[in-house]
Structures are given as C-alpha cells and as structure tokens.
Design a binder for this molecule. Sequence first.
Ligand code: G3H
Ligand code: ZN
Length: 284
Amino acid sequence: ALVSMTDMLNKARKEGYAVGQFNINNLEFTQAILQAAEEEKSPVILGVSEGAGKYMGGFKAVVPMVKGLMESYGTTVPVAIHLDHGSSFEKCKEAVDAGFTSVMIDASSKPLEENIKITAEVVEYAHKHGASVEAELGVVGGQEDDVIADGVIYADPKECEELVKQTDIDCLAPALGSVHGPYKGEPNLGFKEMEEISKQSDLPLVLHGGTGIPTKDIQRAISLGTAKINVNTENQIASTKVIREILDNDKEVYDPRKYLGPAREAIKETVQGKMREFGSSGKA
Ligand code: G3H
Ligand code: ZN
C-alpha cells in the first residue's frame, strides 16, 4: 500500500533496523525496487530527486507509474514515494499535490532560522495532506544531480535539537560525514554526534550517501537510531556495469529490453542485498 514514511520509520527505529530509500531513475529502477521489496517482504521508500523527477516526465508522471506497477504486481508491502532533497517549499508542495506521500525539504544550505522556517511551512502543508517530512542539517559531500557540495560539514547537535523542537518533522537527516556517490577511501562518520542527536528524541535519523558505507558502520548507525538509509549510486553502478558488458560483448544487439532487462535484474539483486543488510527484510 502507498503510505507515508511515518509509521514505517517509527517502527524501524523502535525495533532496531533501517528502511532503505532507493532512488528511481526510470521504469526499470521502479520495477526492480518494487519487486525486491515484495520478495523480501520489506517496507520501501522510492526516492525521487528533482532531476530524476524531471527526467521521468514530472512528478505527475511518476505517481501513476508507481501506482500502476503496484497494482499489476499486487504489491502488499508498505511503499512511500518520497521527494529527495526538495529545494523549496514550492517543489515540496508540487510533489505532495502530485500524490507523493513524503517529502524531504533540504534547506540545509540556509542559516538555521531560515531552515527552521521553511521546514515548518513544508510540515504544515505536507501533514495536512497526510505526507511525511524529512529535514536536513549540515552538508552531505559529493555530487547529486546538479548539486555539488564542496566539502562536508558535520551537523551541530545543538542545531538539530532546535530544529526538532521547533518543527514537527517525521525524521531528521544530520549530515555526519557521508557523501553522495563513491567514497574516496573509508567514510569517516560522526558517531559521537549521531549518538548525541539520537539521545535528544525518538525521532528516526536518516543516513544519506549509503553507497560504499561498510556494514559495520551501517550496523553502528542503526544501533544509534538511524532508521532510514538512502542508496542511489550503487544501483546505478550495478545496472550500468551489466549494460556495458552486454553492449561490449554483442555489437548486434539493438532491442533495449535485451540490456535493460538484465540491468533491472542487477538492481533488484542489489536492493535485496541492502534490505537484508539493513534488517528490513521480513518486516512488512
Ligand atoms: O539522497 C540520496 C542518497 O543520499 C544517495 O546517496 O548515491 O551515495 O547512494 P548515494
Ligand atoms: Zn542524499
């Protein structure tokens, strides 16, 4: 069923596992992730960045695509359609109006007061429509879509406390050293800050830049209240690798289903592996 993230994340934090947000880029990504979730009996969050939403034909095209697939697959597990890194109130509103069940407002580049103000506005609108809200503090490194962050800024636990107290968000993404895209070397996550932020409330925490984080760090983050982990690049790498091999090995192939089908299978396997690693398998 199409739901917001609220119940699935509260349950995950309480029971000590994390729900994966897997970003969708096209039809095959969406199919693969929905199939993986159903087979694993896992709740799932379909992440849609503004850029990917535009690529797929706009938010209004994304929602019916997801709903249609859920109907023909007979999906029984909880599914959320979530705007990833929403850049403004207007974009969040557009997503909610199109039928997204969840949005992230990423006003983390703004001063704290402004971040709080915009986030509160988004919460008011989203909650009125039954949608959940994720907010961010600090800076996630690396590049996603056209947004390039130079450097990483660790979220300040005091600011997190303030944001949580003054808004009614459903989960919080404190940037603590994670990076979008592949890591250069081992990630250096701020577990001390994570623990401090986690102790302030029962709010589920979100870990961005899930690609390339070692299992021991994933487990530690979950034990410190992380209940949502975002993964995108890993699925992109897995699917592109398969397509490249097929095209390299067969110069005659022209039917897109001959390479997109196997790419879809690679995404599904990657997502199933993550669901087991995050502990969400069997939790739907
Ligand atoms: O918001 C999306 C995620 O943080 C994706 O990060 O591409 O490094 O897996 P990733
Ligand atoms: Zn992210």
